[in-house]
Ligand binder design. Structure first.
Ligand code: HEM
Length: 136
């Protein structure tokens, strides 16, 4: 189901705050991914995956900015995420289920930092991003 205007507005407000701490929050999501799903580390052998490493902060920041950008282009998600879809589908050969693992970890981290978040709207949006990141 599509996000309502109210849900989208609330998420924009939320991501405005998340963006201000993008590296920290993105890094925590990556740490959670590796903790709960250690197999996913195999995609990051070229990075320092030690918790709190600069690599994880930089990469985490990129993820948050990409998701925030996708929210700004919500009506046009497919086009906005075309380059990242090419990367994650064709180059990295990830499945949508693997992408959703990170979405789940990110949601957990967001709830920790912003307990009042509309969890279901956030989950709905992250799910749409996951689907748009992988072409079947
Ligand atoms: C919501 C989910 C995700 C988003 C928004 C996302 C976003 C991104 C972004 C923005 C980049 C950087 C692209 C660039 O530098 O041009 C990237 C790279 C990458 N992503 Fe994802 N990603 C997601 C999920 C995942 C998952 C679950 C994995 C693996 C388990 C993964 C593996 C990678 C890898 C290996 C790279 C290349 C890293 C590098 O060499 O710099 N991504 N992703």
């Amino acid at each position: 189901m599509a996000l309502s205007d109210a849900e989208k507005a609330a998420l924009e407000l939320l991501f405005g705050k998340i963006k201000a701490d993008a590296e920290k929050i993105g890094c925590e999501a990556m740490e959670s991914l590796f903790q709960h799903h250690p197999d996913t580390k195999s995609h990051f052998t070229h990075m320092d995956v030690t918790p709190g490493s600069q690599d994880l902060k930089t990469h985490g920041g990129k993820i948050i900015h990409a998701i925030n950008d996708a929210l700004s282009h919500y009506g046009n998600l497919q086009e906005n995420l075309a380059a990242l879809r090419e990367l994650h589908t064709n180059k990295l050969k990830l499945s949508v289920d693997t992408i959703k693992l990170l979405c789940g970890c990110l949601l957990e981290v967001i709830v920790k930092h912003f307990p009042d978040v509309d969890k279901s709207a956030c989950d709905k949006f992250l799910n749409k991003v996951a689907i748009a990141l992988i072409s079947s």
